[in-house]
Design a protein around this ligand. Structure first.
Ligand SMILES: *[C@@H]1O[C@H](CO)[C@@H](O)[C@H](O)[C@H]1NC(C)=O
Ligand SMILES: *[C@@H]1O[C@H](CO)[C@@H](O)[C@H](O)[C@H]1NC(C)=O
Ligand SMILES: *[C@@H]1O[C@H](CO)[C@@H](O)[C@H](O)[C@H]1NC(C)=O
Ligand SMILES: *[C@@H]1O[C@H](CO)[C@@H](O)[C@H](O)[C@H]1NC(C)=O
Ligand SMILES: *[C@@H]1O[C@H](CO)[C@@H](O)[C@H](O)[C@H]1NC(C)=O
Ligand SMILES: *[C@@H]1O[C@H](CO)[C@@H](O)[C@H](O)[C@H]1NC(C)=O
Ligand SMILES: *[C@@H]1O[C@H](CO)[C@@H](O)[C@H](O)[C@H]1NC(C)=O
Length: 860
């Protein structure tokens, strides 16, 4: 069944995320939390961990920077949290670069507190902050203020590399205490709102950046980031009410709030129940001594900007339906005449909100004025309410949120930078094939028949139900999947038919549970591998989905990359980078054997590459992933024989905590971990076992299982280990290798294989340890080759003359650092690092960013 798998995968994903909210928890795909200047990092009461400085450092390009911190900062009672107790100071322009995996709006939260220090008086620091092309702060200064300041922005990310730059004014400095770059749910902000004047629909909001300047919980308590569904703060409205005795607050229990079932866009992510469970309502007439009046709120804003005003309503004051009718005004214009919540929500206590675009031309010196008053036109109870108010500054035509200073023509977001990262962009984005994204297509493309397609479509539903990020629209309101989700290309079926000669059998390069894999050439002459699912196959559907889930989280030099997809006519087709040299197995033995036999060095390098890919799977992602089907046909070779692990159709998120996943046994015979088989408990050590079999296959050039052989030889692992125990493994190696292997190298290699094949998972090494041993084996072999001149790259030049014993092992030192520390260095960082064990996270971030820094440098 498809559904249970989906549910478990989603639960597994959700459970790894900090437990900030309950059922409708939003899982941000991009989640960079940086505690600048800190040595240790900080975990906030809400459970979020801000990374420490050494990690943050890796995102930063800065020539001249300093760090400061307050001693015992966590004991400073004036600071709301420890994030403010350390900072980085920049004496020159500094730039943070973050790799994003999800396009769309992101929160950018900047924490400032002028720590006293000997380097620079931060109360006098004056600087600008830019993000992409947007000016967030121009000539910013804390104004001799000794208070912590939190600035919040919403930036629509349309480039995979998010740059945040700090530029001090001449002879000044810039500083920052903490940074958040966090994905926002797609249906939090839409492209359109109601234009206040002239009245009508305003569209084009997604072309703008926003700065929330007020967020109000009318009539209710302060809601802090800890209590909010998206880490926002909501304050009480009383200070903004002009005539206080015109208004009173009403609060009901949060559990009576019922989010609408017919509108998935209104969920606790829009505003938590606490916001809807309180309101400011009109007092009775005698209190204000006049029969008819408005409640008025005034907000001080920079009147040179336009604003997005979001008003939240929820009828918690009426006894029955059709009692409440009221007018809503913004800056004395009618925003909603006679709002009738009952007819919209069909129920009491049901949240509703409206967005208004208030153009700067409507601003008076008074700022923003919001008013509500009972509508006499419809009678009713004569009351009016507001439950929440959000006011967001809209970036102006210069792409600025602070003054009339754009970046056009200056550095930072200029066109040269943009052009330069574009090339990187494709490479970095095409792995981001998100299950959610897949759902977008379904939702938009087959509204009529998707319910009938119970098999293929059913797996999409829980994603939809559990996470409401499915609305992704471009400026015209149309879904443009590849552009908005970064999922690589969409291929039409016709295009792929042409590419594969109408899925000609002659083009088949692989067959799996999921369906066939074809080679193809798309129109720009790029060769691709096209994996076409069989929608009739239940297993295929599961595997297709798993593969998407997995690939959305993974990208690494030693994992096969996804280029695009096709879902036309109920097809499930994935398009991958083409691997010209095919399966590792076909270079070792078998009826499909191609090319000259690989040299020992080549085999070692391939095994090392595959080990790196697996090590990354196990440790480089937030929850760790078990491949479950490691074998020589799932190790593919590119034009340079670089190994890439493929086929994640059976993969599973590794268990958190309890150490194993109970699951039906899957995998391939000959590679199956005996312990997994016995106990049906899956751990990453099952992959280690299978990899041990791969090592033997590479050495002995024979299948893991060969039923044609005498019984004791059928199973490669058993057979080879018998020879190993006798110290005679060299008797059963591939004849093509005889005389070319340094015995020390072979010894190391055989030890690694033997450890991988240990009966019990706990006795097997981690992939990182295996990698270390293989690299050592490679070094031993290289020293041997140089010394004995026995072998060069082409194994065809047989080296029978060489004397294996001539290699002094002592001449070779083991790799300087454990291989595991650079095993991930080809990983593009997947920014869910918060969830990794600390040790792994450091590796991931460090290495990810090395790569990342390289991109940035190229981009200049
Ligand atoms: C915020 O959450 C804390 C802990 O869950 C709770 O004690 C507190 O009452 C909540 N505050 C509000 C305003 O809901
Ligand atoms: C109206 O307000 C006055 C003064 O606040 C109060 O005494 C009176 O009971 C209120 N009347 C109603 C119907 O709520
Ligand atoms: C309420 O405010 C609107 C807009 O400012 C105004 O036109 C209207 O007359 C006010 N209503 C009352 C009863 O004062
Ligand atoms: C505000 O109105 C002006 C003039 O009509 C227009 O040029 C500008 O684009 C508007 N701004 C926004 C954010 O709609
Ligand atoms: C938005 O998407 C529609 C349909 O995919 C496309 O025609 C339009 O050009 C897109 N607009 C932008 C601004 O990308
Ligand atoms: C989606 O956007 C991309 C890039 O903007 C464009 O090339 C493509 O034609 C669009 N697709 C559709 C269906 O509009
Ligand atoms: C293969 O190696 C050559 C030479 O080093 C390089 O130019 C090319 O990009 C490599 N190909 C791949 C697919 O990495």
């Amino acid at each position: 069944m498809a559904i249970p798998l989906v549910v478990t995968v989603l639960l597994a994903l959700a459970s790894t995320i900090t437990p900030r909210t309950t059922s409708a928890a939003f899982v941000p795909r991009d989640n960079y939390l940086i505690d600048c200047g800190s040595e240790t990092g900080t975990t906030l009461p809400d459970g979020r961990t801000f990374k420490s400085d050494p990690q943050a450092n890796t995102y930063l390009q800065a020539n001249d920077q300093n760090k400061v911190s307050i001693e015992n900062g966590n004991n400073n009672p004036d600071l709301p949290n420890q994030l403010y107790s350390s900072a980085r100071i920049f004496m020159q322009e500094a730039k943070y670069s973050f790799h994003l995996i999800q396009p769309g709006y992101h929160w950018v939260r900047l924490y400032f507190y002028p720590i006293k220090n000997n380097i620079f008086d931060l109360q006098k620091a004056t600087f600008s902050v830019n993000a992409y092309k947007y000016v967030l702060l121009h000539s910013f200064n804390v104004n001799n203020n000794d208070k912590p300041i939190l600035k919040e922005y919403l930036i629509n990310a349309n480039e995979p590399i998010f740059t945040l730059s700090f530029t001090p004014l001449k002879n000044s400095a810039a500083f920052i205490n903490a940074i958040e770059i966090v994905s926002v749910p797609d249906n939090l902000l839409f492209d359109s709102g109601s234009n206040l004047f002239p009245v009508g629909d305003y569209s084009g909001l997604t072309n703008h950046a926003f700065q929330p300047v007020y967020r109000i919980n009318n009539g209710g308590p302060l809601v802090t980031a800890t209590n909010d569904t998206l880490g926002r703060n909501w304050e009480n409205d009383e200070p903004y009410i002009t005539v206080k005795n015109a208004a009173m607050s009403v609060v009901v229990p949060t559990n009576i709030i019922k989010y609408p079932t017919n509108n998935p866009n209104i969920s606790p992510l829009i505003a938590p129940p606490t916001v809807y469970a309180s309101a400011t309502e009109m007092t009775n007439d005698s209190a204000v001594d006049q029969p008819n009046f408005n409640i008025t709120w005034k907000f001080d804003v920079d009147t040179s900007f336009s604003y997005l005003v979001r008003l939240h309503f929820c009828d918690i004051v009426s006894k029955g339906l059709n009692e409440l009718y009221f007018n809503v005004y913004i800056n004395e214009k009618t925003a909603i005449p006679t709002l009738d919540l009952s007819s919209i929500t069909q129920a009491l206590a049901t949240p509703y909100y409206r967005d208004f675009v208030v153009n700067a031309t409507l601003m008076s010196q008074e700022g923003l004025k919001i008013q509500v008053g009972a509508s006499l036109a419809r009678g009713g109870s004569g009351n009016a309410i507001v439950n929440g108010i959000e006011i967001l500054k809209i970036s102006n035509s210069l792409d600025s949120l602070d003054g009339q200073f754009g970046l056009v023509g200056s550095n930072g977001g200029g066109s040269s930078y943009r052009g330069a990262v574009a090339g990187v962009g494709f490479a970095m984005m095409f792995g981001a094939f998100v299950g959610l994204g897949a759902m977008v297509i379904k939702w938009h493309k087959r509204p009529q028949d998707w319910q009938k397609r119970n098999s293929f479509s059913s797996w999409l539903l829980p994603v939809h139900a559990g996470d409401s990020t499915f609305m992704s629209k471009n400026a015209s309101g149309k879904s443009n999947f590849s552009a908005t989700m970064g999922l690589g290309r969409f291929f039409s079926l016709a295009e792929l038919q042409e590419a594969t000669n109408n899925f000609d059998k002659a083009n088949i390069i692989g067959v799996g549970g999921f369906g066939n894999v074809y080679s193809g050439v798309i129109e720009d002459a790029t060769q691709v591998a096209v994996k076409r699912g069989n929608p009739q196959s239940e297993q295929g559907i599961n595997e297709f989905q798993t593969e998407i889930q997995m690939l959305s989280k993974l990208r690494h030099r030693h994992l096969v990359s996804l280029i695009g997809y096709c879902d036309e006519n109920d097809e499930m087709i994935l398009v991958y980078e083409y691997m010209p040299n095919g399966h590792f197995r076909d270079h070792l033995y078998g009826k499909n054997m191609v090319g000259p036999p690989l040299s020992w060095k080549q085999r070692l390098e391939i095994c090392i590459g595959a080990a790196r890919g697996l090590h990354y799977l196990h440790t480089g992602t937030a929850q760790g992933i078990i491949h479950r089907d490691v074998k020589t046909t799932n190790i593919l070779l590119d034009e340079n024989f670089t190994a890439k692990v493929s086929d994640f159709g059976l993969s599973k998120d590794a268990p958190m905590g309890q150490g194993h996943v109970s699951t039906a046994v899957k995998g391939s015979f000959g590679y199956l971990d005996p312990e997994y088989f016995r106990r049906q408990q899956l751990t990453e050590k099952s992959d280690v076992y299978s990899f041990g079999v791969v090592l033997l296959e590479a050495l002995c050039a024979r299948p893991a299982i060969n039923p044609q052989l005498p019984r004791e030889q059928v199973n490669l692992a058993d057979w080879a280990m018998q020879w190993k125990r006798k110290g005679l493994l060299d008797k059963i190696i591939d004849p093509n290798l005889v005389g070319t292997i340094n015995p020390e190298s072979l010894k190391k290699y055989a030890e690694a294989a033997e450890k991988c094949l240990a009966d019990h998972g706990v006795d097997r090494p981690s992939m990182g340890d295996v990698l270390w041993n293989l690299e050592y084996a490679l070094q031993l072999q290289e020293a041997f080759t140089q010394e004995g001149k026995a072998e060069d790259e082409t194994p065809a030049v047989a080296a029978s003359a060489s004397s294996p014993a001539s290699a002094p092992a002592s001449a070779v030192l083991p790799p300087a650092a454990p291989a595991s520390s650079n095993a991930l260095d080809e990983a593009v960082p997947v920014p869910e690092g918060n969830n990794l064990p600390a040790e792994t996270r450091a590796i991931d971030d460090h290495s990810g960013t090395l790569q990342f820094a390289r991109f940035s440098l190229n981009g200049r």
